[in-house]
Design a protein around this ligand. Sequence first.
Ligand code: FFO
Length: 826
Amino acid sequence: MSNTQRVVIIGAGIVGTNLADELIQRGFSNITVIEQGPLELPGGSTSHAPGLVYQTNSSKSMTKFASYTVEKLTSLDAFNPVGGLEIAVSEARLADLHRKLGWASAWGIEASILTPEQCKEMYPLLNEDIVLGGLYIPSDGLALAGKAVDALIARTKAAGVVYRDRTEVTGIEHSNHRVTGVRIGEELVEADVVISCAGFWGVKVAAMAGMKLPLVPMAHQYAKTSAVKGLEGRNPEPNGAGLPILRYQDEDLYFREHGDVYGIGSYAHRPMAIDLDELPKIALDEYTKENMPSSLEFTLEDFLPAWEACKRLLPELKDVEIASGFNGIFSFTPDGGSLVGESSDVEGFFVAEAVWVTHSAGIARAVAELIATGRSEIDLSDSDIHRFEEVELAPSYVEATSKQNFVEVYDIRHPLEPRLAHRELRVSPFHARQRELGAHFLPTGGWERPFWYESNAKYLSDLPWDWQPPLRDSWSAQHHSSIAAVEAYKTRTGVAMYDMTPLKRLEVSGPGALAMLQRLSTGNIAKSVGSVTYTLLLDEKGGIRSDVTVARLGEDTFQVGANGNIDTAYFEVEARKQNTGELPGGYVHVGDITGGTCCIGLWGPLAREVVNAISTDDFSNEGLKYFRSTNAHLGGVPVNAWRLSYVGELGWEIYTSAENGQKLWDVLWEAGQKHGIIAAGRAAFNSLRLEKGYRSWGSDMSTEHNPYEVGLGFAVSTKKEADFVGKAALEAIREQPLTRTLRCLLIDSAKDVVLGKEPVYYDGAAAGYVTSAGFAYTEGRPIAYAWLPAHVELGEKVEIEYFGRRIAATVTQEPVYDPDMKRLRG
Ligand code: FFO
């Protein structure tokens, strides 16, 4: 297989060289790598990377990318498998290491918790008086990034890759939304595919293609000590290391050996954001390890407090000096993730930035797959460049959140813990009312979303005994309130209003709209005006890109309820292909109408009483059937109502334009008073959807999963004649037996709530992991969804590991709530 597309990679660091290699392996034969620095020492982040590879991450994908990096660098003789040790000096950290052990087990990494004595035995220089325990990962270790790059350059050169160093890219050329080449001053290097792997310079390169990268270059301190007695003679090679890499997160520090000296990295200092234009100008011929653009002068005063902490952990350091150091620049982003993907505006222009050495080979492989086949085998959504909302790309937001990320890089972070900076960026039209009701907000995508309302606390004492929520452990109690039980109860027995405004809404319109939606979705959209369809978007291999709802508002006008901006970018790209004539179907316009509109989910057995009191329109079961939409007036407010419910109750998603939002809230609230209406938040919402068995894209499923194993085979239309993306793949997949399935688990003990990403043990061995979880109020027990081998059967017992504790659960028939759909169709 030979692929003669002309590929230009910008940057010969650990990402760019791995990418060249991965593309060669996939048959690409025309590759040029352009590097602004000298090839021997390009001067970017790779050139000073200390190379510590800790694979375990809360993200499964990032962990897999790291494991591949270990595998690949090992094959290049550029990995020193010394193991990784993270130690705890506080009870909270020790507990968190247990949580991390859980991720390791969930993602298939061998790991163990060590006692203080075992830590000391493994690492004799430790101060055993302060260490409470450690997490040991035998397959972690040291990447020899420079050696790996040299080996990859040699190997890819031999395969025909052309390297042009000391060459600065000055422009990205494109026409008709396609990349055509890379400009180097007067010269144009023609290309079909261009990938920026320029690290922290990537912001500038991407801007040349009109792309905004939310990335802040920041300096991070690395010091080397004078010779340490306890290390003498251990490592014959000058840069050698034999002890595990060591992390001391309670003080934001990490340690490795360089022969008989220590290298110490610190995140304990103030965040030092770097302005690229103020980097020292160094002549290329003068680059040295100490003198290159990504390496700034060491600021000793910033390091001194950390140095005291170093000596507390490793008492032998009391007798040595800080011999040298530098402030090394690398990339930080608003959520700590990498920035990967293809421009939605310039086809063929990709970025792979803010990638740490740890994930470099894995992400390079994913990008190579993306270029070669249009999809990555490992889910890339955590890294997708399109995951950000427009407000999240504002320079002030990017800087503040990236700095916060720097400060918190080793902190123990609860999955719901909000960013401090830049709150109240986006609020729904109901915000003032929600505040009056004591809403507790948490942000997402710049939106403030109510999780519960303090005003509902007064109903806690009215809850029937079997709805009383049990006390939670201190971790799962964070960012949670028992008020959620009230809100769940009222939704199941009365009526509640949910703010659905932050849900991404796209309007797809024009003569080519139906053709595009038919082409991209598994469902049949060619239904009458007023229809609503729940459907999947697949990739070519049948992996789930998203699950969306599509309402046909007019012949040529559709509204799509989507999962986020990754969907927006996908629709925009596909629309453009129709608009340029590259694909048939005709003209189609995709507009993001989220901000200009709003939505209240009005749900519960009494929902119909509320709307009937303020409308002359027909909201009866026959007048507006399940999964139908209609235009109506509610208390004088023009709305569009969709009869469906993610919480599984009778009712509607009620849409109106933003300026009508507050009025809509008020008329519903007013009319609902005599039915005991409440406002309800995300905490109850999540519990109710789990009970109803509705999947959440991004947690329960991703492009790694096909519809059948997720339990969404029903959303693939068997009658639809039109071809759709993934159809051919599904035909093959349908014939194969399932190897894994998404399963519903009910936890035996009411007080054992888990939160997601915990490993699930079957027959004593880790066999899967929890995708999402909560408390099932109608069952009086916690509920979890988990990936498990297909042979695990209904009724079987499994164990979920939560902070080192095994929690018994039962594989249960789903959905546990209203399997007969009496509620929704009533
Ligand atoms: N769009 C809207 N309008 N509302 C939503 O809650 C959501 N979602 C995501 C993204 N788009 C949305 C989609 N998730 C169902 C299940 C999951 C959903 C949305 C809807 C649902 O009602 N499923 C029915 C389908 C029945 C049918 O096809 O006839 C079911 O499984 O019974 C919120 O995250």
